[in-house]
Design a protein around this ligand. Structure first.
Ligand code: NAD
Ligand code: MG
Length: 392
């Protein structure tokens, strides 16, 4: 029986994963090792009981008593905190879903690779902050990383049976997010609620706001570069408001292979769960005649400066990705808490990158996970200091 763990089980990707596991036989079909979550302890315990997990871990120490109480009599172990997360990741499992949001997802996924797990990677921040290290760790242990971002799963599927050397370009699509059709001059006034309404996808709040600012696509440009090993200039972003075509791969002969599907993350999660086979998935089937048309446009650089920043980060290489992601997380926290405006986020990220260049902390090769985590901490401190200065 296949064993598995889900990191970030109570989030948007985690819940979709849980749904698929239940539909594909649940505890009769899989042996669940570890499930992890945050403050929604009641839901974590419910999932752990349903799947008969060995251990359930909350990221927050102060939630441990509640988790223990919720699991009383079940025989499922309860644990809490960062070290418990890492211990859970050390428990061998054949398939591991990495669906914690942010740089916090890096270390648990990294640890899972050490026992040769197939890592279904939703946590794109892992590749952005530590792509070469992660791929090297997987290679060292004979582990496999399967992409669980809709665009990257789409590219992966378009490449089945193909030679990567014959790839001319990769195009990833973006819906444009909640504020796509707002006049440019109004964007400075966008509130958290405005930016949190995604037109097509239902996702966690952070990635939804990142879709509106295009920071999500910026991370995905870097993710594409790291995972598939193609040069930055071979990767393009197209705005596609319908979110039906997830990505296209262009080959040396001019052919373009596109992946189409309803905007439902269970496509990408299910592909990674059943790979290399395909299994029936409970996703809506497309009615292209009813859709009628699909549209595409080039992204506006003034509206979405995050895309330019991602290209600068790819050019700098090394630790630049870790700086970029950390600054983006601080900027997003500050937007959500009302400290900075929607259009200030990219300025803050750019200023952090500049400061890190001045401190000679940018672009060095990231040689260890510790170095990535230190760079992440330094960049967060720099970004926070910049916000403090801006307030004066
Ligand atoms: P979410 O906010 O809905 O859920 C995040 C999960 O991680 C929750 O279980 C939460 O408890 C846990 N978590 C949060 N902070 C943590 C921390 N510091 N330590 C440990 N656990 C923590 O997020 P999501 O939308 O499901 O996204 C998860 C990841 O998948 C992100 O990296 C995101 O970019 C990626 N992703 C999401 C979607 C989507 O449709 N939601 C699509 C593509 C990629
Ligand atoms: Mg995506």
């Amino acid at each position: 029986m296949r064993s598995l763990s889900v990191f970030g089980a109570t989030g948007s990707i985690g819940e979709s994963t849980f749904d698929l596991l239940q539909r594909q036989g649940g505890r009769a079909a899989f042996r669940t090792v570890a499930l992890t979550g945050g403050r929604n302890v009641a839901r974590l315990a419910e999932q752990a009981r349903a799947l008969g997990a060995e251990v359930a871990v909350t990221a927050h120490e102060e939630c441990l008593a509640e988790l223990r109480a919720a699991l009383a009599g079940s025989g499922i172990a309860a644990a809490a905190g960062t070290s418990a997360l890492l211990e859970a990741a050390d428990r061998p499992a054949d398939w591991v879903m990495s669906a914690i949001v942010g740089a916090a997802g890096l270390a648990p996924g990294f640890r899972a690779l050490a026992h040769g797990a197939t890592l279904a990677l939703a946590n794109k921040e892992s590749l952005v902050t530590a792509g070469p290290l992660l791929l090297a760790e997987a290679a060292r242990h004979g582990a496999r990383i399967l992409p669980v971002d809709s665009e990257h799963s789409a590219v992966f599927q378009a490449l089945v049976g193909e030679d990567i050397a014959a790839v001319e370009r990769i195009i990833i699509t973006a819906s444009g997010g909640a504020l796509r059709d707002w006049p440019l001059e109004r964007l400075v006034q966008a509130s958290v609620a405005d930016a949190s309404r995604h037109p097509n996808w239902s996702m966690g709040q952070r990635i939804t706001i990142d879709s509106a600012s295009m920071f999500n696509k910026a991370l995905e440009l870097i993710e594409t570069h790291e995972y598939f090993g193609v040069a930055p200039e071979q990767i393009e972003v197209l705005v596609h408001p319908e979110s039906i075509v997830h990505a296209l791969v262009g080959f040396a002969d001019g052919a373009l292979m596109a992946h189409l599907g309803a905007p439902d993350m269970r496509h990408a999660i299910g592909y990674a769960l059943n790979w290399p086979a395909r299994a029936p998935l409970p996703v809506a089937r497309l009615d292209l005649a009813a859709l009628g048309r699909l549209s595409f446009q080039a992204p506006d650089p003034l509206r979405w400066p995050a895309l330019r920043l991602a290209r600068e980060v790819m050019a700098a290489g090394g630790t630049a990705g870790a700086v970029f992601n950390a600054a983006k997380e601080v900027a997003l926290d500050s937007f959500i808490s009302g400290q900075v405006g929607f259009m200030d986020m990219s300025g803050l990220v750019e200023a952090t990158l500049d400061k890190m260049v001045a401190r000679q902390s940018l672009g060095k090769a990231a040689t260890s996970l510790d170095m990535v985590l230190q760079t992440d901490a330094e960049a967060r401190a720099v970004a926070r200091a910049l916000i403090g200065q801006n307030k004066d």
